[in-house]
Design a protein around this ligand. Structure first.
Ligand SMILES: C[S@@+](CC[C@H](N)C(=O)[O-])C[C@H]1O[C@@H](n2cnc3c(N)ncnc32)[C@H](O)[C@@H]1O
Length: 253
């Protein structure tokens, strides 16, 4: 199945006539991901070291803050088959169709689809989209803040591997995801490993001198996630930890 076919099929599965929109949008270049970036370095997530790492299937790769703080990115795990913590997420995707926001190389999209639940990945990185497609997953090269197929009809959305940081404003992102899921829909979201509530500017680096442009990012620990969820119309139904990672299941009120 191609990305285009996948998006169209999922739009249909979501009970919408958004197939045409999905086709059009699947041909659209990446939109909001490039907003607010300094010229002169590769765009974040798109043609910076992230793409090269995804093509190679390995790091080293880091998010670096201006003050020197360094967060290692687990490219090898993202490019591998789902581990036990991921599998726990897959089996919580009971309500389809599922939208994996910032799907990266697509291990979750492919695994969810393999259970028979329709799943679509969305990611701004062409390298991530290519890998997801290669893994057999349906995927769109698009920002979560762009128009998406079947808005308001997704049964479950995912924000995994720190993706609650996308855009650097978790409340804006949670509100946006609230527009995407159906009434009573679910959001499975990963929190940081400990209690932080941070918004900052980072860039992707490979530790060997190559880096992309600055972009906004955020990190929320479990307590901050709970508060942000409550502020944006989500109810925290459950929280759990697996392999040192923290997750929450939010329900759309
Ligand atoms: C921390 S990585 C997460 C990787 C992914 N969850 C996985 O399983 O490999 C963040 C991902 O979000 C994507 N991303 C960043 N901004 C985005 C946006 N506005 N809309 C959709 N995806 C975005 C990046 O391209 C990247 O693949």
């Amino acid at each position: 199945m191609t990305a285009l076919d996948g998006a169209t099929a999922l739009a249909t599965a979501a009970g919408t006539a958004a197939g045409t929109a999905a086709r059009t949008a699947a041909r659209t270049a990446v939109g909001t991901a490039t907003i607010g970036q300094r010229p002169g370095a590769p765009a974040p997530w798109i043609d910076d070291p992230y793409s090269q790492a995804l093509r190679a299937g390995r790091g080293p790769l880091f998010l670096r803050r201006a003050d020197g703080w360094l967060l290692p990115l687990d490219v090898e795990r993202w490019c591998a088959a789902p581990d036990a913590a991921d599998t726990g997420l897959v089996y919580r995707c009971l309500r389809g169709p599922v939208l994996d926001i910032g799907c990266g190389p697509g291990r979750l999209v492919a695994a969810i689809a393999a259970t028979g639940v329709p799943a679509l990945g969305v990611d701004v990185s062409p390298a991530a989209v290519a890998r997801t497609r290669g893994a057999g997953g349906a995927v769109l090269c698009r920002s979560v803040f762009d128009r998406l197929p079947a808005e308001g009809r997704w049964g479950t959305a995912l924000l995994v591997d720190g993706n609650v940081g996308i855009g650097g404003d978790p409340r804006a992102l949670l509100a946006r995801v609230g527009e995407l899921v159906a009434p009573g829909g679910r959001l499975l979201v990963e929190a940081a490993a400990y209690d932080v509530d941070e918004r900052f500017t980072v860039r992707v680096e490979d530790g060997r001198g190559r880096h992309g442009r600055d972009f906004p990012w955020a990190r929320l620990g479990p307590a901050a996630l709970r508060a942000a969820a409550a502020d944006t119309g989500w109810t925290t139904a459950e929280e759990w930890s697996a392999d040192g990672r923290n997750f929450a299941e939010l329900w759309r009120c």
